[in-house]
Design a protein around this ligand. Structure first.
Ligand SMILES: Nc1ncnc2c1ncn2[C@@H]1O[C@H](COP(=O)(O)OP(=O)(O)OP(=O)(O)O)[C@@H](O)[C@H]1O
Ligand SMILES: [Mg+2]
Length: 262
């Protein structure tokens, strides 16, 4: 445990983008689980993506299955006995009131949290949601190399970054970090160089870790059980699937960023 985190205000983090289907909910889940189950942080998730509530609903599905499947039930028993703490809470919230709901949740809790992850909707046309973005400590933005994704993600990154810089001191947001997701290996080097240069020239630090496109990013608990698990709110990724996913590298890079002294 990184003891310097204890008794401090929790860090607010969001893995966000305006672009739909880029990996917000999947990476919020994976990063939350990795920090909570592997890196020993105390994590809470505020799922503000109503009415989808995909993380909250994933937890409900998983909890049901862990209760009814001997395979997952047994796995949970062994894992949590060793971990010595329960799963992290996932609070279903509304996009406009997510911040207030998070504060209410935290003040009602006896224990303290190190990191609170927000799954926010991609809409930036609502004043309350925009304020929520700037009330985060750090934003991490998944981007893919598809033209369509870049065309909507770049203006988003630029807008948030400029607003952050102009309002420095008045907003909580300290940093915006894009990372490449769904990399196939077939992309041309020039393409990365081009985008990387364009983003860096704006003074935006793009992360080093690149996440490959891989079916494991869709791999939840199987109905039959007895399969390796990657995407879960109850368990960390199984080692054979972690290998080559670069998720561990992404989380290490996130930890380095959020551990910087202010
Ligand atoms: N690296 C990856 N490799 C393969 N599939 C991925 C990867 N990252 C994300 N996906 C898949 O892309 C889909 C969309 O991901 P996700 O639901 O996290 O996106 P989102 O940004 O939350 O979307 P929405 O805007 O609908 O909330 C999911 O099926 C997810 O498993
Ligand atoms: Mg989502």
């Amino acid at each position: 445990m990184n003891s310097t985190h204890q008794n401090k205000q929790p860090l607010y983090i969001s893995i966000c983008t305006q672009k739909g289907g880029a990996g917000k909910s999947v990476f919020t889940t994976l990063v939350a689980s990795f920090l909570h189950y592997v890196k020993n942080y105390n994590v809470a998730v505020i799922d503000c993506d109503y009415p989808q509530w995909s993380i909250y609903k994933m937890r409900q599905r998983e909890a049901e299955q862990t209760g009814s499947s001997p395979f997952y039930g047994n796995k949970a028993e062994v894992f949590f006995a060793k971990l010595g703490k329960p799963t992290y809470p996932i609070v279903p919230a509304q996009p406009e009131t997510g911040l207030i709901q998070a504060m209410e949740f935290l003040s009602a809790e006896e224990q303290s949290y190190d990191v609170v992850l927000f799954d926010l909707p991609g809409t930036v046309n609502n004043e309350n949601i925009v304020q929520t973005y700037f009330a985060m400590d750090y934003l991490f933005v998944p981007i893919t190399t598809s033209r369509i994704n870049m065309e909507s993600t770049l203006p988003f990154i630029i807008l948030v970054n400029e607003t952050m810089i102009v309002n420095q001191g008045n907003v909580k947001l300290k940093g915006l970090y894009p990372f490449w997701n769904k990399i196939t290996g077939r992309e041309k080097k020039e393409l990365f160089d081009y985008y990387q240069k364009a983003i860096m020239e704006l003074g935006i630090p793009i992360m080093q870790t690149r996440i490959p496109k891989s079916v494991r990013y869709d791999k939840e608990q199987s109905i039959e059980g007895n399969d390796y698990l990657f995407l879960s709110t109850i368990f960390p990724p199984d080692k054979p699937l972690l290998k080559g996913s670069n998720l561990d590298l992404l989380v290490d890079e996130i930890i380095t960023i959020i551990s910087q002294p202010e």
